[in-house]
Write a protein that binds this ligand. Structure first.
Ligand code: SF4
Length: 124
């Protein structure tokens, strides 16, 4: 298990967080709980980064993201939190994208994305 180092990923050297859509809701509702110490620390650090840099780029990805990468249920780049979890998780991601009017592989500022989630009622 490892904590992800948030590195520049854009061509201009700026940082870009890869986040799967339903994790935007997990970020919004995070209360310090999680699957492991590393997972919680990693998620808390990502949230700190977003708060410190509200214009940071977020790249929407329907798949393993910065948060999954420190999760004990991430096996071979797939979610194994339960039997056939990947399908259920992908459906949550698709639903979240629809609700927030986001597109897979597109990049948005964190402030833009979280202004959209703040109007949503469901949580992960
Ligand atoms: S691997 Fe699954 S349970 Fe773990 S953070 Fe990713 S989506 Fe969530």
């Amino acid at each position: 298990m490892k904590l992800m180092k948030i590195e520049p990923q854009n061509g201009d050297g700026s940082k870009c967080l890869r986040i799967r859509p339903h994790h935007l809701l997990c970020i919004q509702g995070f209360q310090g709980y999680g699957y492991s110490k590393e997972f919680k620390e990693n998620l808390a650090r990502i949230i700190e980064e977003i708060k410190a840099f509200p214009e940071i780029d977020i790249k929407i990805v329907t798949g393993v993201d910065y948060i999954c990468e420190s999760c004990p249920y991430n096996f071979k780049n797939g979610c194994k939190v339960e039997f056939e979890a990947e399908n259920r998780i992908m459906n949550m991601d698709k639903l979240t994208m629809e609700k927030l009017d986001l597109n897979d592989r597109s990049v948005y500022s964190a402030s833009d994305v979280f202004s959209r989630t703040s109007n949503l009622n469901f949580r992960c």
